[in-house]
Write a protein that binds this ligand. Sequence first.
Ligand SMILES: [Zn+2]
Ligand SMILES: [Zn+2]
Length: 138
Amino acid sequence: MDCPRDNVEMTELSEGEQKLLFRCAECGGLWLDVADLNRLLLHAGLPTLEAMGGRANPEEDAGDCPVDAVMLLAVESQHNRNPLIYETCESCGGIWLESDDFAKEAETAKELREGIIEFFREFAEHGSKKIHAASPRK
Ligand SMILES: [Zn+2]
Ligand SMILES: [Zn+2]
């Protein structure tokens, strides 16, 4: 599967038996399945992606889905300044994240998973006033 940004083959990362995500070695971007993402979110005590809110920004040039070449749709968090952005494929439900924003130093699947959870924890905090995601104690 190729990166939607620079068309290089992405590396598949797994954690234990579980396949987790694809990462582009070139730009650091991450691709994962919405079902896999929702599983991560639920395990972290967060709402699923659909329940997080956010607003679509069709103006953003987001590139094409690596699975089915449908144009990706950018979704922004409700932050007033510097909204967090992820991109999604409305056809297959895949999720694209620019990991430069939150997981630049991450190498392993575990570190990336934690980075993804932090990203969406912050996303959710601004997504809906009703949702108060509890932070697990470290
Ligand atoms: Zn890339
Ligand atoms: Zn797709």
